[in-house]
Design a protein around this ligand. Sequence first.
Ligand code: B4P
Length: 193
Amino acid sequence: MFNLILFGPPGSGKGTQSEKLIARYGLKHLSTGDLLRSEIAAQTPLGLAAKSIMDKGQLVPDEVVIEMINSALENNPSARGFLFDGFPRTTAQAEALDKLLSQKGTEIALVLALQVSKDELVARLLNRGKTSGRSDDTNEAVISSRIEEYEKKTAVVGEYYNKFSKLVKIKGEGTIDEIFDALCSEIDAKSAA
Ligand code: B4P
């Protein structure tokens, strides 16, 4: 099994690159943002609770997203590997993921961290907000809160994986294809090792 985390701040290109990576490597894509938005669309109690948190640009509680990932892992027993997108976002989530994977006899092989400047992040998200219908993309104050949440709670997750020599930083500015090629080089090097 080859399990990969695509890591980076909001708007760094995780969702964009995940689509291309799953097509190339046949991994199962697990995006906690997408899972939460499906719950919102289905108006489940979880979705209704999550919406008010996401609309403020804050992180949904750890136990909620960990349980979503646990169910997704259980529901995909024959996956050849997983691409985690937007998860883990806190050290508690990272520790829980390590535990869940180790119970399945597997682990994270690689964490690819997209590096993008703050100005570029804000510009991309506001631009996506024109067409995405996502309420968290249209308001600059909410976008700033999302970036602050990342700096306060999520950036440390990179340090967590760095301790295990699993973190590789990738320049996240440039064309989508250039960034995709850089990500693929790291994955190919890791899978060949
Ligand atoms: P997510 O759905 O994970 O969304 P994101 O971080 O905003 O977006 P992403 O990084 O995937 O976007 P992309 O760059 O592809 O999270 C939304 C919310 O859900 C969070 O704020 C939180 O409330 C909640 N949540 C999710 N997971 C959670 C967790 N684990 N714990 C707690 N809460 C959680 O796209 C951005 C734009 O950039 C697009 O328009 C794209 O076209 C553009 N773009 C991409 N690459 C580009 C490039 N190279 N050049 C120019 N533009 C580019």
